[in-house]
Write a protein that binds this ligand. Structure first.
Ligand SMILES: [Zn+2]
Length: 440
C-alpha cells in the first residue's frame, strides 16, 4: 500500500524526461512506472505538470543564531520551501560563528526546532580549529568546511597559513569564498574618500582571480576537494579551464550573478560579495552553465531594509534569493536559454553528490520523496508581499519569473502549495551524509 501515488507526471532527470507514475512510501520514492490499480491512501493526477527533484541549495545564510531580525530557521526554510528548495546547507558566519563543536551543536538544535526543509550545516575554518572541525566532518556532522579568503571579519577571515593548514588537514569538501584580502583592502583604501563608491570597482575581478590562482596552487600541492563558491568572472573561468581537468575542484554559480549586472544599478540593494559584475561576466556565467559550472546556489544572505537603506559604507553586503532561484531559472528554461535536464543537474543532483547528501537530489527509487511540481510556461510578476523571507524584499521584485511551484514535497509531506506554506516548524531534519570519498 502506497501512501500516495502521483500519476502521469513528466519526470525530469539529468539524462532525460519520462512520463510515469510515482509511488511514495514512508517518505521515499518506492516505485516509478505504470501503477494503475495499485492500492494507495492518496493520489494526485499530475498530468500536464513537470516533476522536478527538490532543489538542493548548498549556500544559504539563515542568520541564526544571532540575527533573527534578518532571518531565522523557520522564515528561511519557509522561503526555501516556497521556492522549491527542499534541502539547504547553512553557512558558518552567524553569531557566534560556527567554528567549534559547541557552535555547530547549538545551530543544529535551532534548525531541528524550526526548519521545515531538510538541512546540512557548514563549519567555518578559523586559526587553530582544523582538528576540531576535522572531527565534525569525519563524524558526518558538518557537511564541509567553509573558508573565507576575504569578505568577512572576525575569526572566519583566515590568513594564508590557516588556509594551508585546513587544506592539508581537514577532510571532506572545502567550500571557499575566493576573493583575496590584500587586493580587497588595497582597493578599499583607494575608495575611502568617496561617499558612494562603485562596489564592483572596490572589489575588482583581480581579487577573485588572485584567490582562485592560489587555490589552484594549493590544490596542485595537496589535492583535495575544493568547491569554489559564487564564481562570478570570465577571468576565473579561464584560469579553471586551463587547470581544472587534473584537479578535484568544483564550481558554484549564484542566481544573482546570472540575472543582475552593473547595468541594473540598484545601489546597496544589490551590494553583495563577490559583487555583481558587468554584462560580459554575466553572459560568461550563462555560457559556463553548460560546461565548467557544477552547481547553482542562491547565497541567500538577507539584510533588513533599514540596513540596506544606509549609506554605502554602513550598508551590509548580501541579498536574499533562496525563494527566487528556481523561479528565475525556470524562466530561463521557458525562454529557451537552458534545458530542464541541465537545470536539475545543477540545482539538485550535482550538489547532492558533491556534499554526499544521502537520498537527495534525484527522482529515483530509494531516494527521498523531495519533489517539486511545476506548470510548464506559467509565469508571474514577483510581488514583495508574497515573499516568505523575513526581510520582505528582493532585488527581483517586479521581475517576471516562473509561478510558484504547484506543490513542494519534503520526504513525501507537502510543505508548500502555490507559494503558501503548509508545514509546521521543526518538520525538517538533518540530512544524513554519506562516507567521505577519500581515505581522510
Ligand atoms: Zn555566502
Amino acid at each position: 500500500m502506497y501512501d500516495r501515488i502521483i500519476r502521469h507526471a513528466t519526470i525530469v532527470r539529468p539524462e532525460g524526461q519520462i512520463r510515469a507514475d510515482i509511488g511514495i512510501e514512508d517518505g521515499k520514492i518506492s516505485a516509478i512506472g505504470e501503477l494503475d490499480g495499485q492500492a494507495t491512501r492518496a493520489e494526485t493526477n499530475a498530468s500536464g505538470l513537470v516533476l522536478l527533484p527538490g532543489f538542493v541549495d548548498s549556500h544559504v545564510h539563515f542568520r541564526c543564531p544571532g540575527h533573527p531580525a534578518k532571518e531565522d530557521w523557520f522564515s528561511g526554510s519557509k522561503a526555501a520551501a516556497a521556492g522549491g528548495v527542499t534541502s539547504v546547507c547553512d553557512m558558518p558566519n552567524t553569531s557566534p560563528p560556527t567554528v567549534s563543536r559547541k557552535d555547530w551543536l547549538q545551530k543544529e538544535a535551532l534548525a531541528a526546532q524550526q526548519s521545515i526543509v531538510d538541512y546540512g550545516i557548514w563549519a567555518g575554518a578559523a586559526a587553530g580549529n582544523a582538528e576540531e572541525i576535522s572531527e565534525l566532518i569525519r563524524e558526518r556532522l558538518a557537511c564541509g568546511v567553509k573558508v573565507f579568503m576575504g569578505a568577512t571579519t572576525g575569526p572566519l577571515l583566515v590568513d594564508d597559513n590557516t588556509l594551508a593548514e585546513h587544506f592539508q588537514l581537514t577532510p571532506g569538501v572545502m567550500g571557499v569564498h575566493a576573493e583575496d584580502e590584500t587586493v580587497l583592502s588595497h582597493f578599499r583604501d583607494l575608495g575611502r574618500g568617496q561617499s558612494t563608491p562603485d562596489h564592483s570597482v572596490l572589489r575588482p575581478p583581480e581579487a577573485a582571480v588572485k584567490a582562485v590562482r592560489r587555490l589552484i596552487e594549493l590544490c596542485e600541492t595537496w589535492p583535495r576537494e575544493v568547491h569554489i563558491c559564487h564564481l562570478s568572472t570570465a577571468a576565473e573561468l579561464e584560469l579553471l579551464r586551463a587547470q581544472k581537468k587534473q584537479l578535484p575542484i568544483t564550481v558554484e554559480v549564484c542566481t544573482h550573478h546570472l540575472w543582475l549586472s552593473t547595468q541594473n544599478a540598484l545601489g546597496n540593494w544589490m551590494k553583495c560579495n563577490p559583487p555583481i559584475r558587468d554584462e560580459a561576466d554575466r553572459l560568461a556565467m550563462w555560457e559556463a552553465l553548460e560546461g565548467e559550472i557544477d552547481t547553482l546556489a542562491s547565497d541567500h544572505a538577507p539584510h533588513t531594509k533599514e540596513e540596506k537603506e544606509r549609506g554605502y559604507w554602513d550598508a551590509p553586503s548580501g541579498i536574499p534569493g533562496v525563494e527566487t532561484t528556481l523561479p528565475l531559472m525556470l524562466r530561463g528554461v521557458w525562454e529557451g536559454r537552458l534545458s530542464l535536464e541541465r537545470l536539475v543537474a545543477l540545482g539538485a543532483e550535482r550538489p547532492a553528490q558533491i556534499f554526499a547528501l544521502q537520498g537527495k537530489g534525484r527522482i529515483d527509487v530509494g531516494y527521498d520523496a523531495d519533489m517539486v511540481l511545476v506548470e510548464p510556461q506559467a509565469m508571474r510578476t514577483l510581488q514583495a508581499r508574497d515573499l516568505q523571507t523575513r526581510v520582505g524584499w528582493s532585488p527581483f521584485a517586479g521581475w517576471k519569473m516562473a509561478s510558484a511551484p504547484s506543490e513542494v514535497l519534503v520526504r513525501g509531506r507537502t510543505v508548500a502549495r502555490e507559494g503558501k506554506i503548509v508545514a509546521d516548524a521543526g518538520s525538517g531534519r538533518k540530512i544524513p551524509l554519506g562516507p567521505l570519498t577519500k581515505a581522510d
